[in-house]
Design a protein around this ligand. Sequence first.
Ligand code: ACM
Length: 263
Amino acid sequence: MRVGFVQNRPIFAGVQDNLDRIEELLLGQSADLFVLPELFATGYQFKDMEESRSLAELVPGGLTTSRLTAIAKKNNTTIIAGLAEIKDDQVYNAAVITGPNGYIGKYRKLHLFDTEKNCFQQGNLPFQLFDIAGAKVGVMICFDWRFPETARNLALMGADLIAHPSNLVLTHCPQAMITRCLENRVFAITADRVGMENRLEDEEQLNFLGQSQVVDPDGNVLIRASKTEEEVQIIDIDLEKARDKFLNPRNHILNDRRSDLYR
Ligand code: ACM
């Protein structure tokens, strides 16, 4: 399977321009799956629920999902990308999965980070795996990394690969994702953004870390982007590696859990 990430530098609220830029970055790029950052087309630091609602879209049906579907068709790929979703007047920090044949599904971030709690509802959808080019793909968004239950649940369901749209501000994350992959013997694609935002008077400036990466089930960082530049990177991965949960003939990473003594 060939997978990639897009690392962009969105302009806050510049949805059309940000979508144009993604199409430009993906021009001539070929992979079975591309992962884009969290809130890649709106920017991240909303002031409040009113502001996030003003930029939230129907999924499917909204501009961003429609445009990503058109890009997926043009590039013959599947795209997983973060966006603000509105549903029944509730706003979610969500990700859409869309391919050449149209909308596939969505995920809503379970663990909201810091001021996101003022701007979004907590995710409320059950975990789901998506079939993409022969892979079982799970989705989590940025700060979900800090709760190992997220990746573990996806692995227990049979995920080969975790798509991880992100807007990283906590410096441990790129290294921590190596641990999430080792713990579960899965691949992970973290797609991050670069640049900074400083929109809230009483809050610190946010400096986004870049360093989008693909990690394999042995914890190897196969590719990692810079801290500062917009980038697309692509790599071939062997899904069989994620399907072999044995560390050696006697240790199976999931079956050796002592679920008689802990949950
Ligand atoms: C984050 O969850 N965007 C830090």
